[in-house]
Structures are given as C-alpha cells and as structure tokens.
Design a protein around this ligand. Structure first.
Ligand code: FEO
Length: 398
C-alpha cells in the first residue's frame, strides 16, 4: 500500500516481515527488511527502484492501485541487485519502451541479471532529469556504496536524497521514518548493516560524504532502499554516523572470539577475559563462540572493538573451520585499526596459533604479540597464565 512521503512523492515498496537471511545465507536479518521504492508524480511520473523478485507480482498489483502504470514516464534503477531491480521484467512487460535511467555500470548489471536490452539512458554525476513543476532529479554516482553501479538521486524542490542501499538497515517497518521506530533496534541494525555490507568501502563512503557536503544540497530527507528513512535532525545523525564508521571506527571494547573441541580453548577465552577485566574495569569485553554465535553479530561486535583475540585449538594442523570462516569474513570486511593476537590449546604440535597470527596480519590487523598457547587442558598454572596474558594484552593495545 502506497504511503505519502512529501508533496508528490510516495513510498511504493514492500515490507518483508519474515526475512531472516539475506544474500543467500550470508546475512542474518533478525527483524526482516524493507525493499523501498518510490514514485515521484510531478508533470512527469518517475518510479525509483522496485522490489525483490519474489514480490514482483505484489509490487505490480499495488502499483496499479496507485497509478496507471502506463503513465510512468521513466524508471530510475539506482542499483541492480535484484532486491531493488527484481520487478523490472514484470514492469517492463507493461511499459517496454519507457527509459530506464541508470549508470553505465548499471546497464551492464541489469543486462547481466535479466538479459534484456531495454531503453537504457545512462547518467553520470551532474546529469538531470526534468520532472516538471520546476523540479529535477539530479543523479550522483556512488560507485562502491556498495556496488560499482550504485548511484544516488536527488529531488530538487523537495530536498530529498534517494540513497539506495547506503544509510539503510535490514529492519521491517511500515512506519517509514526512523523517528517512529524503536531506536535501540534502529541503531543496532544501522551499525550491523554498515559493518557487514558497507564497511569494505569506507574510503568511498568518506569521499562521497565529502563530495555531497561540498555540493551544498539542502537535504530534508534521506530515503533509503532498506528499513527506515531519515528526516529532520536524523539526516545529519545518519550521515555523521557513517562519517565516523568510515574512519577506522572503534569503541572501548575487546572481543574474544573462539571455537573449541573439548572446552580447553573456551577456558582460555574465559580466563583471558578475567585478566582483561582485572587490568581495565571499564573496557567492554565480549566472549563469543563462533560456532554458537550469529556470524554477522560477531562481525558487528568486532567492528565496534579496538581489539579482537582469536582462539582455536590446533586440529589437523590447522585452526577449526569456524575460525577459518571468521577470518575469511574479516578479510572481506576489511575493518581498519584493529589490534589482535591468537590463542588456543593443542595436544600434538600446535600449528593453529601461528597460522592464525599470520592470517590476521595478512588481512591487515595489527598483531601485538605471538599470543598464548596451552598444551592439553588448562590446569591451575595455565589458568593463571591466561589471566596474566589478558592483563598484559590490555597494556599492548593502548
Ligand atoms: Fe539492497 Fe545491494 O542491494
């Protein structure tokens, strides 16, 4: 059901209350998500983005209840992943000759997904589409926020920035606005979304914020493609958060992430945590078993932390597969400014910690020491050693 945003702008997206995994099984979405699409009806009628493919029929049905689809003059596809372009085939079956405005990379991406040669109009930063009544849609390329094809669109007169994936959250809401939803869930999901989707492209985020600031565009609203949208004071708050997150973000937190076979490495994790607490009464410490924790929640926690200790027993001369997967995730997310070291038990020859430290250094974390290992199950002496290690680690990450 369409929702009024401002003047002649309406929300025409889909609220997906039941989504729990996204991007295949790569991203957990504990609170569902929205696929936000928008309709601008000035002298020209322009549709900005669509919804995820499974909801294409519902999208077309709802859109038909809002307007005569044949009266759409232009479609803007800001990014071609199918959570936004997924209804294009059904839409273009009704309006096959209507122009699709997108970046040059957008053409490649749309063709790659749909194998159709629609009426593409490629746009670059600074290009405009006059929609009548004195208003224009201005296009702003936003490559790597978070795909090469991504762009933003700015509606003059109403001062609305359509930001596609940037500034979104995976959180289902039919209340539209960030100031209408639970702020605890909103900001938790906003950070999780940044950490797990946008973080690898922090340099692009930083540059784009500076570029848009230099444009001096008045922005009254940011209309995202996922979750709640920002208006009023929340606009600056959302941008300020991204500016901070894009620059080696860290809080006074330490994560201890590990996996264990018979519990020895778990004991080490807990005892190192106690040592950290003895050395610093204020630092937030979270101990997370990688096999029992949501990997995206772990990634978000690491994103917030100034340091992460990574633990695994040696198993078949390697770390456990859950720890290997975690490191691969960290490699991709490319968090900056994290200090680290490895720990874990072994019974035979103890290869895992060296491998972990090497990988951690390779992915850009600062390895502060060689970590700590323990032969067989930790006894009282080993427990004391782990606590002492935790205490000393605090001194090394200052
Ligand atoms: Fe929401 Fe990159 O798709």
């Amino acid at each position: 059901m369409a929702r009024l945003i401002k003047n002649n702008v309406q929300w025409v997206g889909k609220v997906d209350w039941e989504l729990r995994m996204f991007h295949g099984n790569e991203l957990s979405t504990h609170y569902g998500s929205n696929y936000n699409a928008y309709l601008v009806q000035e002298q020209k009628t322009v549709l900005i983005d669509t919804v995820w493919k499974p909801f294409a029929a519902e999208f077309i049905r709802e859109l038909s209840n809002t307007i005569d689809i044949k009266k759409i003059d232009a479609v803007v596809i800001q990014h071609a992943e199918i959570d936004h372009s997924g209804a294009l085939e059904e839409l273009m079956a009704i309006i096959p000759n209507v122009p699709i405005y997108c970046t040059p990379n957008g053409v490649k991406s749309i063709k790659g997904h749909f194998h159709k040669d629609w009426n593409f109009k490629t746009v670059r930063t600074g290009d405009v589409l006059d929609v009548g009544n004195g208003k224009q849609l201005k296009f702003i390329e936003a490559a790597m926020l978070h795909w090469p094809d991504t762009m933003f669109t700015y509606l003059t007169g109403d001062n609305i920035l359509f930001s596609n994936d940037a500034f979104g959250q995976h959180m289902a809401t039919d209340l539209v606005w960030a100031d209408c939803v639970d702020p605890c869930i909103l900001w938790e999901e906003d950070m999780k979304y940044y950490a797990n989707i946008i973080a690898p492209w922090g340099k692009s985020v930083d540059a784009k914020i500076k570029e848009i600031t230099a444009m001096n565009l008045p922005i009254d609203m940011i209309l995202t493609s996922h979750g709640a949208c920002w208006r009023g004071a929340d606009v600056l708050k959302a941008i300020t958060k991204y500016a901070a997150w894009a620059n080696a973000y860290k809080e006074n937190r330490i994560a201890i992430v590990y996996d264990t076979i018979w519990g020895g490495t778990r004991i080490m994790a807990d005892e190192i945590a106690k040592g950290i607490r003895l050395a610093d009464p204020l630092v937030v410490v979270n101990v997370m078993n990688l096999s029992l924790s949501d990997k995206n929640d772990v990634a978000t926690e690491v994103f917030r932390c100034k340091a992460v200790l990574v633990g695994s027993p040696s198993h078949n001369k390697c770390a456990l597969s859950s720890v290997g997967a975690f490191l691969e995730e960290m490699r991709g997310l490319a968090f900056k400014g994290k200090k680290t070291a490895a720990f874990g038990c072994y019974g035979w020859s103890g290869e895992a910690q060296k491998r972990l430290n090497n990988t951690l250094a390779e992915i850009g974390f600062e390895v502060v020491d060689e970590g700590i290992t323990n032969l067989w199950e930790p006894d009282d002496a080993a427990i004391a050693k782990c606590q002492a290690y935790g205490q000393a680690f605090v001194g090394k990450i200052k």
